[in-house]
Design a protein around this ligand. Structure first.
Ligand SMILES: [Zn+2]
Length: 140
């Protein structure tokens, strides 16, 4: 083979040229390259698929936990006298939501809070407000 720099003939597979002392660029032979690709691509696809699977599983677990917490909170609130639920709401949600709850304007409160959550799914006040609205609505 030839040195990639000085073009002198050197030993096959040499990594350094004895003539000009340059390091020879490592070239993958086509068959070796094909083998590497054939092995790597399925392995990579599996790794990616597994990553997607664990991510989806974790997201589902988070959703399940949040759902269970909501269910428990609602169960506790439903056992409480209505006035206590309202007092609790007063400390947990913003005045605008609270005022709607106080007025028993549950349909309107629900509508507003759903709109807020659509805008920002992480709006914790809106999530809490919805819980209070539903509990109070059931108890009326
Ligand atoms: Zn050379």
């Amino acid at each position: 083979m030839q040195c990639t720099y000085c073009k002198k003939e050197i030993a096959e597979g040499a990594s350094k040229c004895p003539e000009c002392s340059e390091w020879i660029k490592f070239k993958l032979r086509p068959t070796l390259l094909r083998t590497v690709v054939e092995i790597l691509i399925p392995v990579l696809s599996l790794t990616i698929a597994y990553g997607e699977f664990t991510r989806a599983k974790k997201a589902q677990q988070h959703a399940d936990t949040a759902m269970e917490e909501t269910r428990q909170t609602m169960a506790i609130l439903e056992e409480m006298p209505r006035d206590n639920v309202l007092n609790s709401a007063k400390t947990q949600v913003d005045p605008q939501i609270f005022s709607g709850l106080q007025k028993r304007d549950f349909v309107e409160v629900d509508k507003q809070l759903q709109a807020r959550l659509k805008e920002n799914p992480r709006d914790e006040q809106a999530k809490k407000g919805l819980i209070y609205s539903r509990v109070l609505r059931r108890g009326q």
